[in-house]
Design a protein around this ligand. Sequence first.
Ligand code: PFF
Length: 468
Amino acid sequence: MEQQRDQWKSKFGFLMAAVGSAVGLGNIWGFPYKMGMNGGFAFLVIYLLLVAFVGFAVMLGELALGRKTGQGAVGAYIALSKKYTWIGYMGVASGFLILSFYSVLGGFVGKYMISFLIEMFSPGAAFGGMGSGEFFGAFINNAGGSILFHFLFMIITAVIVMGGVSGGIEKFNVVAMPALAVMLVVVIIRSVTLPGAGAGLAFMFAPNFAAFKEIGFFNVLKTAAGQMFFSLSLGMGCMITYGSYLSKKEDLEGSAFIIPISDTLMALLAGLAVMPAVFAFGMEPTGGPGLLFVTLHTVFTEGLTGFIGSLFGFIFYFLVLLAAITSAISLLEVCSTYIIDRNTSAGKSSNRKTITGILAFIIFLIGIPVCMDGLGGGNIIGANFWFGKWCFLDFYDLISEGIFMPLGAMLMSIIIGWVIKTKVIKDEAEIEGNKLKFYKFWEICFKFVVPIVMVVVLIGQLQGFGIF
Ligand code: PFF
């Protein structure tokens, strides 16, 4: 039975969904710290150049491939040629792996949000006088608690995806993303008006070319490039999937600019929310889970303190939760669309709710070990289970973000630039009267710039994970 494929109801809805996918944990705990540690303003310049020469093009390529073929990650590559099927599978596999740990982290964020809500009305009831490090340590070593919050996060994600593209994902994003932006502004105002906030602004923004010398230009470049494509949700067919639900009237080139620019602005705003407060209270900035769950927890419990501290803690973790959910739904949608498309092309009908429910459950199961090894410190599962080097989270991240995603983005770009040719993208973009304004630019990006930068990312990622 042929089923009518869903479509985004409005341009705004599509943009909110795509920006929602891009803006996530990567923006909040990755960008501000990496920017501060890798040259500040100088890092930002490199980052912006990468967005301009790589991000825009890969975004355009993915959206165009999705819309042209009307298929998700796997189907789009099959439509180009059966021999590319495996590239699509790498994308879907990345979706499974990333979501399985993303959901665990999202669950942590949910736990923190609820804890601050409790603290607002009943001080001491949630944190019980524990310091930030102690509270976090106790939580990650409590596998049952982590699994419960991972489960709840997956349920929320699955219910939204079950609602469909326009009825679930779009509806959620058009409310969640503006809400997130408003909360972010509230937190920024508090953060930058704290006495001593200037040091945080200096950490992030002051140009520090010495970092290039100390860290090495290549290392700065690979950090920026890796951050950029993960933050833009590129390389795993997420934007192919979202593009496949776009109407032919939509201006692809415009979207390929708007989404990365919005993501970058949100990353900078996240930095303005986080770093001034960290410095105002005399703390050392960190990256990753340490920043989100220990340093910032201290900001709200020992820096701001009392009801106000808990209130801002609640608002902050609520906005991070929304950012995580809007990214998680795009990861799950990549997987659901794959199965739905496969059924449709085999002439079978699909029940989106059942398919999404089963996939979400499988992803929940894959994430359970992430809850059981204390993020590498060891708990029920011993420390660094994988080859003595990586915890579950890092191992899943290595395969997806480290290998499959840069490889996926590189291959897509080579296929567009050299095999099917950029003209195909132009034809798709111009199908209903829009004009592709920068054809030559896109061609150079697809043929040369993106493949070269992706090699840098791939090498950088493998080095970062200690492979060589
Ligand atoms: N862009 C998200 C972040 O910055 O946290 C992560 C992500 C979402 C990556 C969706 C890939 C993806 F398909």
